[in-house]
Design a protein around this ligand. Structure first.
Ligand code: HEM
Length: 488
């Protein structure tokens, strides 16, 4: 499987993820594991890192044994300063083992965030505002994290895929595979080593969703493959294009159903307490002057965005495939910035998919607005393409709408802190993209509804979407008024 030969250089999507090949990066897009790492994450570090491992195990608010850890006692900072050697040379020794470098990056980024945000956690549990985080990362964390992050192609700060979420699970029982109840976190800040905790649920639901991305990639590649064929056999071409979109649609439906399990797996009342540790530096009151990484950047402070699902690749893939236009606002600039915080291979794939969709003029082909089908079979296929396109947009809408509901129930109702972990403004940012999708749905529907009709599924979808747009506007206006926020 693999590569579509349009003008853009072909992108190699893996079929076999070659789990035993340590010369390849941990993250490479595949039709089997989708956006998950090529193999289950490495859990155990080599023995040179034993002291580091020991601190990591003692770190969480609640350790694996259930005892309070260093973060519960406000002792992580002094423990790191006293006990942790600078292991940069040991990191370099394993430079050719890329999945191991990713495991090191995950572990150092956990320690870096815990170290920087420990004071804020202690303010938070006393019911006070976050105050200031530590603005200095000592060499024993700063230098090894810079080393392994550079080798893996990450920024030297916690990210969603490479660290907190997608490279942070193991299978309790190897024979049971990736079923939800068999997944455990490798690292956690608060109570996440207990699989029934809200922190574990929050992370594991992301993994459980991304687990379904193999078929999404497979469908995407099939749709691109079909559309890039010569137009001579238009029936065959469109049949295969529709098959690809059909696979994408069923994958997205499954992903959205899994997302809905968040409500049970992670309680809305508990999110704000573990999230203290996943905030970033950029646009956060806890780090007004950035953070100095000892021995790096000539002593000048650095700033990175925090961990966020905004760095997941499912929705950006759909935005790019469907060519969803985003408004020209400062909020959209944040969306673009988020897309820098992901594995290099994911980034390459998303950019390639965007170029491919534009180059193939996929939207025009799918909607075939002024097409004059020569027979009933072709007409039916064209209507099917239109229907799939609208249904795919509807899945992106559903994802973003549920997301707005998460933001409302887990965050807006619990805290007045104005920025999310990734540094986006909490009231206006998610609606910026959700409104863009709703607008695109209306535009597309208006362009095709007179064209011999679209099926009744689409009519129902549009009725619901238009009602939702009105509800969203009212809710955002209410939160803006309450918090004195103006929409950019
Ligand atoms: C309790 C559950 C969740 C909460 C409270 C939450 C919160 C947020 C917030 C506040 C943002 C804004 C960006 C920022 O961090 O600055 C965001 C963005 C995002 N999150 Fe989540 N999230 C949740 C679950 C998920 C899940 C399960 C996924 C699945 C991959 C996900 C994927 C995304 C995506 C794709 C965006 C960007 C949205 C867009 O492009 O419009 N989130 N999330």
């Amino acid at each position: 499987m693999g590569s579509v030969g349009v003008e853009a250089p072909p992108f190699k999507v893996l079929g076999d993820t070659r789990p035993d090949d340590f010369s390849l990066p941990a993250f490479m897009v595949s039709t089997t594991r989708g956006f998950l790492p090529r193999a289950d994450p490495i859990r155990k570090l080599p023995e040179e890192f034993d002291v580091f491992e020991d601190i990591l195990q003692r770190m969480p608010v609640k350790t694996l044994s259930g005892e309070p850890g260093l973060l519960a006692q406000y002792k992580l900072g002094e423990t790191v300063d006293k006990e942790l050697p600078n292991l940069t040379d040991a990191v370099k020794k394993y430079k050719d083992n890329l999945p191991l470098q990713n495991a090191l990056y995950r572990d150092y980024s956990f320690l870096a965030s815990a170290y920087l945000l420990e004071p804020c956690h202690h303010k938070f549990i006393k019911g006070e505002p976050y105050g200031l985080g530590r603005d200095f990362l000592p060499a024993n964390i700063a230098q090894p994290i810079a080393e392994c992050a550079a080798i893996c192609g990450f920024k030297p700060f916690m990210e969603y895929a490479g660290s907190y979420a997608l490279y942070n699970y193991y299978l309790a029982d190897q024979s049971k595979g990736m079923e939800y109840s068999n997944l455990r976190l490798i690292r956690a800040f608060e109570h996440g080593l207990d699989p029934t905790s809200s922190e574990a649920g929050f992370v594991l639901v992301h993994i459980d969703m991304v687990k379904n991305t193999g078929p999404l990639i497979n469908g995407t590649m099939k749709a691109f493959d079909a559309a890039s064929e010569p137009a001579s056999d238009s029936i065959e071409r469109r049949t295969r294009f529709n098959e690809g979109m059909g696979l994408m649609l069923s994958a997205l439906q499954k992903i959205n159903r899994t997302m809905e399990t968040m409500w049970d797996k992670s309680r809305p009342t508990e999110y704000t307490s573990f999230r203290t540790f996943i905030f970033g530096i950029t646009s956060q009151s806890m780090f007004p002057n950035g953070v100095v990484y000892e021995g790096l950047n000539d002593g000048k402070p650095l700033s990175f965005r925090g961990e966020s699902g905004a760095n997941d690749s499912i929705v950006p893939l759909m935005d790019n495939f469907l060519q969803v236009p985003m408004p020209v606002t400062p909020l959209t600039e944040i969306l673009k910035d988020f897309r820098e915080y992901r594995p290099t291979n994911h980034r390459g794939f998303l950019q390639w998919a965007k170029g491919c969709s534009l180059e193939l003029d996929l939207k025009t082909y799918a909607l075939a607005v002024h097409a004059k089908p020569t027979n009933v079979e072709e007409e039916n296929l064209v209507n099917e393409s239109r229907s799939y396109w609208i249904q795919l947009l509807n899945q992106v809408r559903e994802f973003r709408w549920r997301h707005w509901c998460f933001a409302r129930e887990y965050i807006l109702k619990r805290t007045s802190h104005p920025t999310a972990t990734g540094g986006s403004p909490i009231v206006t940012w998610l609606p910026n993209q959700l409104e863009a999708v709703l607008k695109e749905m209306v535009t597309i529907y208006d362009s095709v509804k007179g064209e011999n009709g679209v099926d009744s599924t689409c009519t129902d979808i549009m009725d619901a979407a238009i009602r939702q747009r009105d509800t969203l506007r009212k809710e955002v206006d209410k939160y803006c008024a309450e918090r004195g926020v103006t929409r950019p």
